[in-house]
Every structure is written in C-alpha cells, then in structure tokens.
Design a protein around this ligand. Structure first.
Ligand code: SAH
Length: 398
C-alpha cells in the first residue's frame, strides 16, 4: 500500500480516530509521495505521521479537498469482507432499535458507520444506495450485493445524482440495481403513511433524521393550534394532526413539497384540519406577527443556512429572525420546537441564539429538552461532524 506521510503537527485528528485527511495536511515530499508524481484517484493508502508512525488506512482522491478517507485506524486488511462486516454491524444497530410502526430507516450513514461516502436508506421494501466518494465507488457492487442478500428488498436503487459526486470525479446516474426504478414509495412512519419522492425529492427522498422528533411532537399537539414552518412533506404537521391538534398550518417555499404534504394529509384522513401555505417562511412568520395570529405550538425546521464556517454570522441572523417571530406568536404555555441542521452551527451557539431571540421578544422560557437526529443517523465519537441536527424544545412560561 502506498504510504502517505503528514506534515509535522497535523496528525492530531487522524491520531484520535477522525476519518478525514485534508490535502493541506499531506507532505508531498515525504513517504512514497516523494518518489511518486501521482497517486491514482481511488487507490488505497496508509497514513503516517511526520515520523512515519502508522495512523490508519483508507482511500485517496487528489481531486477532493478531503483527500484521504480512512476506513480504519488499526492494522487490518482493506477488502470486501471489511465492507461486508461494516454493513452487518450497521444493520445490527438498526435492527436492535427499530420501532414497530416505522418501516423506514437510514441503514448506513457513511463515515458515522465507518463506511466513508456510503449512504443507504431503507424505505419500506425499497433500498436506496448513494455513493459520494470515489474510493467507495469501487465497493458499490460489494455493498449492493451484501444488502440485497441480507435484506431481500423488492428493489435496490442507485441514487447517484448528488452533484458532490462531480467534485470526486464520479458521473451522475440514477438506476435500479435490483427491481424497477420507482419514483415514489409509500413508507410507514409512526403509523402514518407517508410518500417519499426518490426522483426529485430532497435528501434521498424523505427526512428520516426527524422521525423521532416527529413522534415527540405528539405530546404537544392535542387541542392546540400548530404551525409547521419548513414542513417539506409534512412530517411534523401530520404527527400533530394525528395526535388531535385543533388546527395545523404547514408552510413551505417549494410547491413540490406542499404537493407531497397535502397528499400525505389526504391519504391519512387528516386533511380537514390542515392548511397548507406556499410561502417563504420568513415572510409568513413576519406577516403572522403583524396580523397578531396566535399559535400554541410552533415547529421551525429550516434547511442548513450555513454550509461553511464563514457564513456563520449570516446563519445566526437567520435563526434569530425566525425564532424571534415564533416567540412573538406564542403566549404563556406555548411550545417552540426549533432546529438547526448545520454542523457549522454548534449546539451551544444555536441555543444561545434562540435564547437571545426569546429575550428580544420579552419571553421567559423553560428549556424542556435538546434532542438530535434519530438513532439511525448515529453520532460517532471521533467524528464530530456526525452530530449535525439540533432539536431544541422550549416552553414559554411568561
Ligand atoms: N420538516 C421537514 C424537513 C424540512 S427540510 C420534515 O420533518 O420532513 C427544509 C424545508 O424547508 C424544505 O422542504 C425546503 O423546501 C424548505 N424551505 C427552504 N427555504 C425556505 C423558506 N425560505 N421558506 C419556507 N420553506 C423553505
């Protein structure tokens, strides 16, 4: 295996189990690179500190800023049996935590399951596999065959259409590896029938990471006026309606999202107490404040405002604004469930921003809980990026 050595002082993350090595950590004049003009993208390499001590092994891609993705930090052979063992471990963790009325889970969460660049979602009897790193593309067949054998799905779809693949030097494609290429599948989440759109849909078709929080919302929904802002296909809104909300308003800026949400409401016989608004949620909330509308429970689940560290201040302002509006709409006893799904907004900073908004709105609040993404998007200790979703639950007490 080709030996890559790191520059002095840059080994800390890899030495503590982090799966990434950035281009600027690599010493081009040391190890095998000193004698080698180029390493073929996708090759397996071993990583060493500046004195040659072994740190781990993984795959190399000079086209990517994250130039090496480590599969292991131990001395073990990197072959298809390693990939199979990792998939088995990931499946076992899901199997141990499944809920009886939910048939859809993320089965493999890339680096967090020690399978860099590989995402696998189960939507009922359909598996959706996504490869986001060149090195992992070599094991796509191994992964698909292993999953098909263990789970016997009706279909396995390769949804390799994320533009991030272009940066890795991978083509965009979408095809069925097993069964037919369906666009829409119906899944069961918390006993509700939900439509997941595999073709045009966001994420791989459904926000599986929020399903535990969807369920938690039921406790704060009965006989209440609920607002679900940034609703996508209506996960929060439908769970609120199912739990006996007096009225539910669901808002999204995407017409396709609202079509899904409305169809889901009708399918579950919950449409009569639900309203759908096609709007920019920032404007919708501002308008609601101006019109002095009232809600008892508000959910905010915006997309990542910041995909980089640099845009953090702008992101903070975005969170501040929507949370401020939400607090203005809530009176004593009101519940705010507010989210940030950007890794670049640390939990402490997110909480601080929301509490500033509460204070600006002159609300006294109790922090009920801080949750995160559901268990099937595991958080790996040595990979802090795997904790990305913050779910903050607050009660307005005055
Ligand atoms: N709450 C959803 C997931 C939300 S994802 C669930 O639990 O399944 C974020 C959503 O915000 C997307 O559907 C996107 O279309 C929508 N969105 C993005 N910007 C928006 C804006 N300014 N106003 C309203 N919706 C927006």
């Amino acid at each position: 295996m080709i030996q890559v050595w790191l520059r002095p002082g840059t080994q800390k993350a890899a030495a503590s189990g982090h799966p990434w090595v950035y281009r600027n950590q690599i010493d081009p004049a040391a190890g095998d690179l000193a004698a080698m003009p180029a390493v073929e993208p996708g090759s397996l390499v071993s990583v060493h500190d500046s004195r040659g001590r072994y740190l781990g092994s993984g795959f190399f891609n000079s086209n990517s800023m994250i130039t090496i993705r480590l599969l292991t930090h131990q001395h073990e052979v990197l072959d298809e049996t390693l990939i199979e063992r990792r998939i088995e471990a990931a499946l076992a963790f899901r199997a141990a935590n499944r809920r009886p009325d939910t048939d859809s889970y993320r089965l493999v969460f890339a680096e967090a399951d020690r399978l860099p660049g590989l995402i696998v979602d189960q939507f009922g009897d359909t598996l959706v596999l996504q490869v986001l790193a060149l090195g992992m593309a070599r094991w796509q067949e191994t992964a698909a065959a292993c999953l098909a054998e263990k789970l016997r799905p009706a279909r396995l779809i390769l949804k390799n259409d994320d533009p991030i693949r272009l940066k890795e030097g991978l083509p965009l494609e979408q095809r069925a590896w097993l069964g037919d290429l369906v666009r829409q599948v119906t899944i069961r989440e918390n006993g509700l029938l939900m439509q997941a759109d595999l073709g045009q849909g966001q994420k791989t078709g459904y926000f599986l990471d929020q399903k535990a929080n969807h369920l938690r919302l039921r406790r704060f929904a009965a006989n209440r006026r609920v607002l679900d802002a940034f609703c996508y296909s209506g996960g929060f809104a439908l769970n609120a309606a199912a739990a006996g909300a007096a009225a539910v308003t669901a808002v999204d800026i995407s017409p396709e999202a609202l079509i899904l949400a409305r169809a889901n409401a009708e399918r579950n016989g919950l449409a009569d107490k639900m309203q759908f608004a096609l709007a920019n949620a920032f404007d919708f909330l501002r308008q609601a404040v101006t019109e002095k509308r009232a809600y008892d429970t508000i959910v905010l689940d915006p997309p990542a405002f910041t995909k980089s560290h640099g845009a953090r201040d702008a992101a903070r302002r975005g969170y501040k604004e929507i949370n401020l509006s939400a607090f203005r709409l809530l009176g004593p006893g009101g519940i705010l469930v507010t989210h940030s799904c950007s890794y670049h907004m640390p939990e402490a900073m997110f909480i601080e921003t929301v509490l500033e908004a509460a204070w600006d709105a002159r609300r006294t609040v109790r922090i009920l809980a801080v949750h995160r993404q559901d268990f099937d998007h595991p958080v790996l200790g040595s990979y802090p990026e795997s904790h990305y979703l913050k779910s903050l639950w607050l009660e307005v007490i005055a």
